[in-house]
Design a protein around this ligand. Sequence first.
Ligand SMILES: Nc1ncnc2c1ncn2[C@@H]1O[C@H](COP(=O)(O)OP(=O)(O)OP(=O)(O)O)[C@@H](O)[C@H]1O
Ligand SMILES: [Mg+2]
Length: 314
Amino acid sequence: MTNQPAISIRNVTKTYAPRGKAPAKTALHGIDLDIPAGSLFALLGPNGAGKSTLINIMAGLVLKSTGSVSVWGTDIDEDPRRARASIGVVPQELNIDPFFTPHALLDLQAGLYGMPKADRKPLELLKALGLADKADSYARTLSGGMRRRLMVAKAMIHRPPILVLDEPTAGVDIDLRKQLWDYVRELNALGTTVLLTTHYLEEAEELCDRIAIITDGRLVAHDSKDALLSRLDGKELRVELTTAIESVPPKLAELGGEYLGPGKLLFRYRRSDSIVGRILAAIASEGLTVADLSTVEADLEDIFLQLTRAARAA
Ligand SMILES: Nc1ncnc2c1ncn2[C@@H]1O[C@H](COP(=O)(O)OP(=O)(O)OP(=O)(O)O)[C@@H](O)[C@H]1O
Ligand SMILES: [Mg+2]
């Protein structure tokens, strides 16, 4: 399994059959995607993009219409049981039997995967997720955030090599979210491949090393986080001069300087241009002095909007 991707998706489409007055809906159009083993991978996209559909196909919860998926080297059509055992999924919709205690629930789940009693470590897992003191309370008495963490425990009880989290931070408060992320990072550091969907773009930016963006059932970007970030062209440099000049001096106009107000200039440039040194030199050679300057960097949100718009226009 060293060089093989953790999950390999080839030309997967999904069309949901019409139901009642709802017409047939194609949620995925020919998705090709590899999730590298060991990565912390974010799947981003707006509501209805097809993220849950794709995740549920990998997990064997939704049947794809065409294409092939292999999970940890196992084709999901050839050996669904084995494929399913390699993946732990925390679904977007939480369904927990309210009359089980977390301890009993994890024990039951481990049993379903055929784990011998001696190998099960439900309490350890509950502790790692900050639920140790709830181990023997009824699940119905847990808060939403606690339930989500219990679902993570349930997904990990059989220690699958791949953990999939669909919108894991929905309804989880900031402290608990941090705790959840720490746990996810730790799992990943220990070798678990993690795939998550999130609407919190900063979170993907902070947490993940690879990012794929999906819109209207199509993959519009897939790259390392750094490469994706550097793909965005736009950077801005705002300069405030000590002199309240009222137009752009020629040498600065040549470098694309725009007039913002007395003594204030704006330069738009591409990240790869490394033009800032030349701008500062030109300011000096015009006999001007910088009072203040700031740059604006693109974040994932910008990239996301840019790519989504481009895909819609295409
Ligand atoms: N069981 C279903 N039957 C019919 N259509 C469905 C079904 N599940 C999802 N869809 C449709 O498929 C499309 C993709 O839905 P999906 O839930 O995969 O999106 P998503 O990216 O997970 O969205 P969200 O961010 O809101 O969770 C949507 O148009 C949705 O309405
Ligand atoms: Mg979803």
